[in-house]
Structure formats: structure tokens, C-alpha cells
Design a protein around this ligand. Structure first.
Ligand code: 6R9
Length: 650
């Protein structure tokens, strides 16, 4: 990747200082960077003391067999105890842990004391089903409180869970059950999505007919929708029949810090999904610390809401483990943002007086498309910190978010991390960092990241290359489940002693980091490397564009030609000169080399359930190929729609 071309295409000069009051009372100040720099391991040992250990660790990091890390290895703890019981024991049993809002409008407030009872009963139920410490449990659930209860029940008895998105197909579920060799599946009859029940259990039944899933003894089924459900006697068990009759007492046992906590599969672009393995002590330490630092969480007064699905790593670290370890009060919403109307999210913010909101750029851009007038109808004045995760956030979407949702008061923290990193790695701190729209900016205290060129040399400020992590961190993946060699090959062989994240990045003149998208997505145009992110951001900076996806399609003259798919804002019409206008706009912002050859207005873009644009599929379309794997798409009809818009389509 050549440096000169990736760097400094996009000029973003807006700056936003932290609000004075927030800065004055911030959980974490600039001093933390200094402290962590002077003694990185001492810093993490200090953060580990946020947790309650049955046996305090004396050794912080064992890196004697890199890249296989052991953090806090002689410490022992129970993760569920840390997320629940210790808060109850501290007298906080009456604090609401979860305000649940079902899509049909049903609500439940679950306190920490309630959570302790529910998780204890579920843990006892799993034990009755013969689940032993170390057994894997697959969880295929909608966004309901029982999903969190099930995860914590697994953690409590030391049975690693493996969540599979409720939106994934039975094939995807079967592959994950096989790979993890799961013994029990926890599911529901269904959940509510887009105003109607959406069944889940049939996909489990289907998955369990596939070879390699025979060791699943039981399917534990939560009744959510009450719809008719096929039943396999002897295997299927209703949650309300088994869990409700269990004892409310369960004494959590402590496990080693390196005891496996969960496996979570990342799809990647090719090959079979990778089972990312996370363990207990280091993972919980960093999830809790980052949630405290990045969101400035004040557990007594804040109402936190992360809109992610728990089947995504963001849900694991920032709905379940981080917030609950910190004793937070949070909102969990089951459904889609436009059911029954496009203001549903903002209605929820108003209703629960949400103070911290954590969501994805895709959601923000969708709201931009729907129009500014929708959030304007609601009282969003409770909000004080906004977060973003999942993709690079285009500067225009960042500024829109701060203005329309944050009332120009709130800091926006753009948090970079991955399933593999387990917790946030690069992000502004809301009380410290002068924010730059579109940039994740700085590694958190205790984290070491940089940008290198092809030869592993650190690039100077003002240049681009590959993002790498240069020191181990507590919540790092420990391996790929059952495949140490693939762990080495994927992350540790591209550069020596450095973790290769697979993302392109640049450092600006101040040394701040800007993420440029997956390395696989970088385009080669007439000898120049051009980042998809930057062209997309240039398009989104045009007032008529809400969202853009850019790919490089094979081209005889230029190697690749830039092809853009754009979604227009609510009021914009698809008129004659629009495409020319947009091409000229990109050329003006980035230079003529980045001008898209083709621009196609579309109604939707192909996305994963976690909100990432699947550029691979758009490349297939742009190159007139048959579509590759579409199993992780939210909505597979999107691709048919896009193909029908192509010139020459039938
Ligand atoms: C947490 C999560 C990881 C990939 C990552 C990168 C992209 C996530 C980002 C971001 C730019 C951010 N990504 N956050 N890119 N800025 N703030 O998303 O995990 O699903 O494993 O995806 O997502 O490309 O490598 P995961």
C-alpha cells in the first residue's frame, strides 16, 4: 500500500472540545495516559482491582509463549459474581440493571437482586441438564432479558457460551454448533421484529438434523411469542418449566482467570468462521475499565443504552459484561428502530431519560436518510455522551449525530475495536480528547497501537498503512477455537511480534489515527491505493447523500474503477444531473483520481446484522458475477433490488 495515496485525501478540520463540566468531573483524565505509559502492566494490575477476586492475581502478564497470552493467571474469580452478586452484597440490589422494552411495547424492570435470582435459577437448570464446567452452550436468542440471564448462567458455572445471531440461518447455526461441539442450545420460540413474531426454534430444529450436531442433548426454549412450536420430546425443554422451579440459591465457584468465558464467531470474507476465544479475568478487566473510561459511566445516575444485538461482540462487552460489572442501569430494546414508527429509538431515549447512547454508523446514516425532523420531535436533553462502533463513521454522519441527537452538547466517541480485541482499543476520552469527526484518534491508556507500511516500518505522521497493535492487552483473543495455527497465521504472521488487525489506517499531522476500512477493500486505481472509507465520506458530505458504499471493480484501463452505490437523503430527488454533481463533488474533495467512474442510487445497501456494509457482494454486482455467500446478510432481497437497478438488468 503506497503511503502518499492513502494519506491526506480527506481534510477534516472541525474540532470539538470536551464540555467543561464533563471534563471537570470525568472518570478518567489525561493523567491516565502518563501513568499507563510509565508502567503499562502496573496500570492493568490496578484496573484488575476493579473486580472482586476470590484469589488476587500476583502475576499480571505471562508472555513467555507469545502470542499465547496469560493475564492474571494465578488469580481466581467468578465472572457472574462480579456482574451481579457483588452489587447486591454492596446494598445495590434494588438498582435497576435492565429496563427491557419489547418491540410490542411490553416492559420489564429487572433489578440486580432480580438478576441474581434469575441467573441462579438458570445456572441450577443448566446443572440439572448435565452441563458441566467447560461444556459449551450455544445461545440462539432474540434481544430479551433471558438472553443475558442465559449468558450469565453459563459464566456462573464455567460453561463457555457461543452466541449465534438470531438472524443467522440454520446452516450458520449448525456450523457453529459443530465447531464448538455444543451440548445444549438455548433458544426461544421467537422474538418480535418489524411488528410481528419471527420464529427462531425452527432453525434450531433444522440445524440439529445436520451431521456433527448429535451431541446436543437438550434445547432449552424460552416462550416469548407464544406461537405454535414443533417439539421433540425428551430433547426440548421449556425454560418456564425447568428454570422456574429451580432454587434461587446458587453459590458461584471461582475459576482461573484464564478459564474460557465465551467463543464468538466472526465470519470474515473467506473460509469457515473463526471461533474467537475469550477468557475471564483479563477480558472482564478491560471490558469494565473501558466502559468506565470511554463512556464516563456514573452508575448511580446514568442510564446507558447500547443498541447492538447481544449476538455481536459489542453486545457481549457493552451490554452484558462491561456495564453489569460496573453496576450500570441500562436499556435493552428488542426490536427494529422503525417499529411502529421511525422515532421509536428517540421515544425510548425520552422515556428512560437515557444519558449515554452507543450505536453504529449505519444506524446514524439511516436516521439521516429518514430526516432531521424525526428526532427533533423528542426530548433528547438527557443525553450526555454518544458513542459509535462497527465501521468508520463519516465526518458528516458524526457531526449530524452530535447536532441532531446530542444537541451540540455531547461528546461523540468513535470507538475502534474488534471481536478479537474483546474491548475498545482506540477511542477519544469524552472528558479529555479534543474530538475530530471521523477519527478514533488515540489508543486508550494501556493500549499500544500504530500504523506501519508493507515493511513493518512505522509510518510518519501524515501517512497511511496498516493498523497494528504492538503490545498484548488483557482482553485479547487467546486463540481461534481448536485452531492455534490459524490464530498465528491470521493475526501474527503478517508482521513480526505485532498483531495485524486487517484494517487500513493513517496517522494525521498530530499522530491521531483515522481508520480507512478493511485492507481487503482498499482500491487500486491507476497505481494509487484509494480507501473506500474516504470516497464514501466524501459522498456522504454532499447534502443529498445519506449513505454510500464504494468498491473497486476490475477495469481494463485503470486496474480497478471506483463504483459507488448511494442512498439519497429523504428529500433528495434522483434527477438528471445528480450523478455528475456527485462525481464532481468527490473530485473537488479528494482529487480527480478518486472520482467514481459509476454512481448508482439505490434504496438499500447489503449489510450484516451488525451493520457492516458487505462490499464483497457489491463488488460481485459491479463485476457482473454471481453473488458469493449471502448467509450473513440481514435481508437477502436487497441484492435482488440492487441488481435490478443495474443498466442492462432484466
Ligand atoms: C466491535 C466490532 C471489527 C471491524 C474492525 C473494523 C470495523 C469497528 C470501527 C471500525 C472504523 C471504528 N470497525 N469499529 N472501523 N472505526 N470505530 O465492530 O467488531 O464485528 O469484529 O468488527 O469493524 O474494520 O476491524 P467486529
Amino acid at each position: 500500500m503506497s503511503n502518499e495515496s492513502l494519506a491526506n485525501l480527506l481534510k477534516e478540520e472541525r474540532r470539538f472540545a470536551p464540555p467543561a463540566e464533563l471534563a471537570a468531573n470525568a472518570n478518567v483524565t489525561a493523567e491516565a495516559y502518563e501513568r499507563a505509559k510509565a508502567d503499562r502492566l502496573g496500570f492493568w494490575a490496578e484496573q484488575a482491582r476493579r473486580l472482586s477476586w476470590e484469589t488476587e492475581p500476583t502475576e499480571t502478564l505471562d508472555w513467555s509463549n507469545p502470542p499465547f497470552a496469560k493475564w492474571f493467571k494465578d488469580g481466581r474469580l467468578n465472572v457472574a459474581y462480579n456482574c451481579i452478586d457483588r452489587h447486591v452484597e454492596a446494598g445495590l440490589g434494588d438498582r435497576v440493571a435492565i429496563h427491557f422494552e419489547g418491540e410490542p411495547g411490553d416492559t420489564r424492570a429487572i433489578t440486580y437482586a432480580d438478576l441474581r435470582r434469575e441467573v441462579s435459577k438458570a445456572a441450577n437448570a443448566l446443572i440439572e441438564l448435565g452441563v458441566q464446567t467447560g461444556d459449551r452452550v450455544a445461545i440462539y436468542m432474540p434481544m430479551i432479558p433471558e438472553t443475558v440471564v442465559a449468558m450469565l448462567a453459563c459464566a456462573r458455572i464455567g460453561a463457555p457460551h457461543s452466541l449465534v445471531f438470531g438472524g443467522f440461518s440454520s446452516d450458520a447455526l449448525a456450523t457453529r454448533i459443530q465447531d464448538a461441539d455444543a451440548r445444549v442450545v438455548i433458544t426461544a420460540d421467537g422474538g418480535y421484529r418489524r411488528g410481528k413474531p419471527s420464529a427462531l426454534k425452527p432453525a434450531v430444529d433444522e440445524a440439529l438434523t445436520q451431521p456433527g450436531t448429535e451431541k446436543v442433548r437438550n434445547v432449552l426454549v424460552v416462550r416469548r411469542t407464544g406461537e405454535e412450536t414443533a417439539w421433540t420430546e425428551g430433547r426440548d425443554v421449556w425454560w418456564h418449566e425447568l428454570v422456574d422451579r429451580q432454587s434461587e440459591e446458587h453459590t458461584p465457584q471461582a475459576f482461573e482467570a484464564e478459564h474460557p468465558l465465551f467463543i464468538l464467531y466472526t465470519s470474515g470474507t473467506t473460509g469457515k468462521p473463526k471461533g474467537i476465544l475469550h477468557t475471564s479475568g483479563g477480558y472482564l478487566t478491560q471490558a469494565a475499565y473501558t466502559h468506565h473510561a470511554v463512556f464516563d459511566l456514573k452508575p448511580e445516575t446514568d442510564v446507558y443504552w447500547c443498541t447492538a444485538d447481544v449476538g455481536w461482540v459489542t453486545g457481549h462487552s457493552y451490554i452484558v459484561y462491561g456495564p453489569l460489572a460496573n453496576g450500570a442501569t441500562q436499556v435493552i430494546y428488542e426490536g427494529t428502530p422503525d417499529t411502529p414508527h421511525k422515532g421509536r429509538w428517540w421515544e425510548i431515549v425520552e422515556k428512560y431519560k437515557v444519558t449515554i447512547l452507543y450505536t453504529a454508523p449505519t444506524a446514524i446514516r439511516t436516521c439521516m436518510k429518514w430526516g432531521d425532523d424525526i428526532p427533533a420531535k423528542f426530548d433528547l436533553s438527557s443525553l450526555r455522551v454518544l458513542g459509535s462502533v462497527g465501521e468508520p463513521i463519516n465526518p458528516e454522519a458524526w457531526v449530524w449525530y452530535r447536532h441532531n441527537i446530542g444537541g451540540d452538547r455531547t461528546p461523540v466517541v468513535d470507538t475502534w475495536w474488534q471481536t478479537e480485541t474483546g474491548a475498545i482499543m482506540i477511542s477519544p476520552l469524552p472528558g479529555v480528547t479534543e474530538a475530530k469527526p471521523g477519527s478514533a484518534q488515540v489508543p486508550l491508556p494501556g493500549i499500544s497501537a500504530t500504523v506501519v507500511d508493507d515493511e513493518a516500518n512505522e509510518v510518519p505522521n501524515g501517512s497511511g498503512g496498516y493498523l497494528v497493535l504492538t503490545e498484548p492487552w488483557p482482553s485479547m483473543l487467546r486463540t481461534i477455537w481448536g485452531d492455534d495455527q490459524r490464530y498465528l497465521d491470521t493475526y501474527w504472521s503478517r508482521f513480526q511480534n505485532r498483531y495485524f488487525a486487517g484494517d487500513g489506517a493513517k496517522k494525521d499531522e498530530d499522530g491521531d489515527i483515522w481508520l480507512l476500512g478493511r485492507v481487503d477493500d482498499v482500491m487500486l486505481v491507476s497505481g494509487h491505493n484509494i480507501s473506500t472509507t474516504e470516497v464514501e465520506s466524501a459522498l456522504v458530505s454532499h447534502p443529498k447523500v445519506a449513505e454510500a458504499a464504494v468498491v473497486g471493480a476490475t477495469d481494463p484501463q485503470t486496474t480497478q474503477a471506483i463504483c459507488a452505490f448511494v442512498i439519497l437523503r429523504g428529500s433528495a430527488a434522483e434527477d438528471e444531473g445528480l450523478v455528475e454533481e456527485l462525481r464532481a463533488h468527490v473530485a473537488k474533495h479528494l482529487g480527480p483520481i478518486a472520482k467514481p467512474k459509476r454512481i448508482l442510487p439505490v434504496d438499500e445497501l447489503p449489510k450484516t446484522r451488525s451493520g457492516k456494509i458487505m462490499r464483497r457482494l457489491l463488488r460481485d454486482v459491479a463485476e457482473n458475477r454471481d453473488l458469493g455467500d449471502v448467509t450473513t446478510l440481514t435481508d437477502s432481497t436487497v441484492m435482488t433490488l440492487i441488481q435490478s437497478k443495474l443498466p442492462g438488468a432484466a
